[in-house]
Design a protein around this ligand. Structure first.
Ligand SMILES: NC(=O)c1ccc[n+]([C@@H]2O[C@H](COP(=O)([O-])OP(=O)(O)OC[C@H]3O[C@@H](n4cnc5c(N)ncnc54)[C@H](OP(=O)(O)O)[C@@H]3O)[C@@H](O)[C@H]2O)c1
Length: 330
């Protein structure tokens, strides 16, 4: 397993982490079996993965609760990331992110709210600290809290020992610079896969590199598509998959044709398509950190193999060429 430092913090973690969004279930992913999810988290720890990412919004608190149960007695072996900025009660005056599962999920990065949100997160996770707290979705009018205020609240949480480091998700390059002007930023978390390289084109990746911030890729498997388990007949269950460009039939056809061309590489390295895609992503940048979502133990062990697989340069370039169409057509 490869290890990497998180930004300029003193926190080191495996280059791949376990993402627990699907473990939250609900309308985003469809039903998740908690017992299997706990086995999956234990499998990650057994495989040597030290990084776990969750968020209050994943299953409206459910993912954090399941992670809390799974890491009981193992807390200090794990680098635990959770988030703030999305609430679904006392939402008056807050901008709506989406209506789902009978509630309005709204944005709130005001200082007082962050302090309360983190207290609830710690309770659900049954821990007294987070290694990294990320802002999940950025503030917009009518409650566009200045980043300075948000960072001030996160600083207070660091002083109180409730979090060790901070970061942000789903930002613009300008927002990254504002965060960095207010304090140390360990992680920027954003969507990235071989099919979706938007962050290489819009300046986010370059800004992270320039400022010494870890870029943390989410959805590196395009929510299961790049594992090869999805066929043209597979029904996409849950909004998380349905909302992806590459699940649409025309795009899916192109993805499946691309995966066929990867199969000789799977034979060469005696590995799966999932671990091949993960190894490609990890190799992309030395300051990259890759969050692989999974809710079954066998998925976790498959993905863990990608965290230690080193691909030869010519194979990385071949995969680069075979997948470049998706970004060129975007
Ligand atoms: N900050 C943000 O806004 C944000 C947004 C998205 C994600 N994230 C984080 O990043 C993590 C990863 O992203 P993601 O979960 O969206 O997408 P992903 O990692 O691309 O895909 C995860 C899904 O792919 C399937 N899968 C994974 N490994 C597999 C394997 N080896 N074989 C077969 N199927 C496999 C599973 O689907 P099934 O469970 O259906 O089998 C799994 O839930 C999330 O869990 C979350 O922690 C953050």
């Amino acid at each position: 397993m490869q290890y990497r430092k998180l930004g300029q913090s003193d926190i080191e973690a495996t280059a791949i982490g376990l993402g627990t969004w699907a473990i939250g279930g609900d309308s985003q992913w469809g039903h998740s079996d908690d017992k299997t999810s706990i086995y999956a988290i234990h499998e990650a720890i057994d495989q040597g993965i030290t990084l776990i990412d969750t968020a209050p919004a994943y299953g409206l608190g459910h993912s954090e609760e399941v992670v809390g149960k799974a890491i009981a007695g193992k807390r200090d072996d794990i680098v635990l990331i959770s988030k703030c900025g999305l609430i679904w009660d006392n939402t008056e005056g807050c901008a709506l992110l989406m209506h789902r599962d009978g509630v309005d999920v709204c944005r709130n990065l005001a200082a007082g709210s962050i302090i309360e949100q983190v207290e609830r997160t710690l309770k659900r996770l049954n821990t007294d600290y987070l290694d990294v707290l990320l802002t999940h979705w950025q503030a917009v009018p009518p409650n566009k809290t200045p980043i300075e205020e948000t960072m001030g609240a996160m600083d207070r949480l660091i002083e109180q020992g409730k979090i060790r480091a901070v970061g942000a998700c789903n930002v613009t390059p300008d927002e990254i610079r504002t965060y960095a002007s207010c304090g140390k930023v360990a992680i920027i978390q954003q969507k990235y896969s071989m099919l979706d390289r938007t962050v290489e084109q819009n300046g986010i990746m370059d800004t992270c590199e320039e400022l010494g911030i870890t870029f943390q890729a989410y959805s590196p498997l395009e929510r299961g598509l790049l594992t090869g388990k999805v066929t043209m007949q597979t029904e996409a269950v849950g909004n998380a998959k349905k909302s992806l460009r590459f699940y649409a039939p025309e795009e899916r056809q192109k993805v499946l044709a691309m995966l066929e061309q990867f199969k000789p590489l799977c034979e060469k390295y005696e590995t799966s398509l999932a671990s091949l895609a993960i190894a490609w992503t990890v190799a992309r940048k030395p300051f990259m950190n890759v969050l692989c979502g999974a809710r079954k133990p066998e998925q976790v062990s498959d993905n863990a193999a990608g965290g230690s697989l080193i691909l030869e340069q010519e194979d990385l370039e071949l995969m680069d060429r075979l997948s470049a169409w998706a970004s060129e057509e975007a």
